[in-house]
Design a protein around this ligand. Structure first.
Ligand code: TXA
Ligand code: MG
Length: 325
């Protein structure tokens, strides 16, 4: 399936496909989503089949605005409305108690539901024209790198999707922050562009960072967001030493380093080097595309320079720790 340019008529066509229970891939500001009508369990089942994803892994329901929260969730706490007001549309997913009408196929059998209003004009246009909720995980094969361009979706899912709306590259580039509001204390289940401090500032309360035990969440599994090629995370000194060693052995390696490190790197004929920005937000936007590019080169391994350990880098560090051995 080739990506389709976004026009009024392609949006209209995508809405028709969703109504017929088919799959539509669409851009969000974080990553591309693989969407189905969230109220149609048969349509939702197609997502799991296309991704090769186990049926007990819950999906995010995308909605057009906070006024639709009540269609999906009940006993909605004040905190949810505050967060929605502060961060929606945007890269924040809120877990709430689900309404009885929400299919268990969407929530992986759980009695909670994940909701998000994406900040992408194409996604919002699609959601507004469709009117209902669109269940969508990232549009990649289970466990692989999330797509940040329409071409990545075509590469990952081929003909198992009826339409791929091409909204260009995703501006954020890593998946949304997930906050669980179903327990007494809010908990971050997955770090993203919206940081714990930002959430704390709005909620005026402590927020747990939860390694997630009771709920099975794919983003929480040890190996996820992973390239097929073996990837290693290394401090700058180790990176330099490893390049020397592997190049000496004639190994074909890929390197993901900060642009400032270039002057320190040994030159080596077997390396594929991608330099990434020093600023966390720009790095985030470029990371998945860079990993995918290196992963397509049939290299023996990918060496990744370790980013700083500060809050701005929480999402990147989380994804890198899962993408590497
Ligand atoms: O940025 C994003 O969130 C992207 C775009 C497409 O919106 N979507 C995305 O979906 O990353 P996915 O399925 O790849 O990851 C969704 C995460 C999973 O880790 C899933 O387990 C978790 O959300 N999740 C969904 N519903 C949940 C629930 N009821 N309780 C706990 N975790 C839930
Ligand atoms: Mg995913």
């Amino acid at each position: 399936m080739k990506p389709t340019a976004v026009t009024e008529s392609s949006i209209h066509h995508a809405v028709e496909l969703l109504r017929q229970g088919q799959l539509v891939a669409f851009p969000t500001e974080t990553v591309y989503g693989l969407g189905a009508d969230a109220s149609n369990p048969d349509a939702v089942a197609k997502i799991f089949a296309a991704k090769g994803r186990p049926a007990d892994h819950p999906l995010i329901v995308h909605i057009a605005g906070a006024e639709q929260i009540d269609n999906w969730a009940e006993m909605v706490p004040e905190a949810a409305l505050k967060l929605a007001k502060a961060f929606w549309p945007g890269p924040l997913t809120i877990i709430l108690k689900k309404k009885a009408s929400v299919p268990l196929a969407v929530t992986g059998g759980q009695h909670t539901v994940a909701l998000r209003v994406p900040a992408n004009p194409v996604a919002l246009q699609l959601l507004q024209a469709f009117g209902g909720g669109i269940a969508a995980p990232s549009a990649n094969r289970f466990g692989h790198i999330s797509p940040t361009q329409a071409d990545h979706v075509a590469e990952e899912l081929g003909d198992s999707v009826a339409c791929i709306l091409d909204g260009g590259p995703c501006s954020v580039g890593v998946e949304s922050t997930i906050i669980d509001l179903t327990d007494e204390q809010p908990a971050i289940l997955r770090p993203g562009r919206i940081t714990r401090s930002q959430l704390k500032a709005v909620l005026q309360t402590e927020i747990r960072l939860s390694p997630q035990t009771k709920i099975r969440a794919p983003g929480m599994m040890a190996v996820h967001y992973a390239p097929h090629t073996m990837a290693l995370l290394c401090a700058t000194d180790t990176l330099i030493a490893m390049i020397d060693e592997l190049c000496g052995k004639g190994k074909k390696i890929g390197i993901l380093a900060f642009s400032q490190t270039i002057s320190k790197l040994p030159s080596c004929p077997y390396q594929h080097l991608i330099l990434l920005p020093e600023q966390a937000e720009h790095y985030e936007a470029a990371l998945y595309g860079a990993l995918r590019e290196l992963d397509n080169l049939q290299l023996e391994s990918i060496l990744i320079e370790q980013p700083p350990d500060s809050e701005a880098w929480a999402a990147v560090n989380d994804r890198l720790s899962k993408a590497t051995v």
